[in-house]
Ligand binder design. Structure first.
Ligand SMILES: [Zn+2]
Length: 92
């Protein structure tokens, strides 16, 4: 029987280690306002929480000013992502 496990080359292992180290150096609180540390903008699944909050603002169930301050930063409104586009629309 053939062994299906593929051993990673040392170059791939070094690249993976560098990537992991870079991620750790960029840890910051999740932008949804929960404060969970993450190397991305949002912790896993929290982009959906942010999107949900923005949809509440759009439906006038929540005031824009009542969103967490981490969601109202100009950096988040940059780009072409769903949350950025919603933020620009709601700010206008
Ligand atoms: Zn969060």
């Amino acid at each position: 029987m053939e062994n299906k496990t593929v051993k990673r080359s040392s170059a791939a292992r070094i690249a993976a280690k560098r990537k992991a180290a870079a991620r750790l150096s960029h840890v910051r609180p999740c932008a949804c306002g929960c404060g969970k540390p993450t190397a991305r903008t949002f912790a896993q699944g929290h982009g959906a929480k942010a999107h949900s909050a923005l949809m509440k603002v759009q439906r006038h169930e929540l005031k824009f000013e009542d969103l967490p301050s981490t969601l109202r930063t100009p950096e988040l409104a940059k780009g072409d992502g769903l949350i950025a586009r919603l933020l620009r629309k709601l700010e206008a």
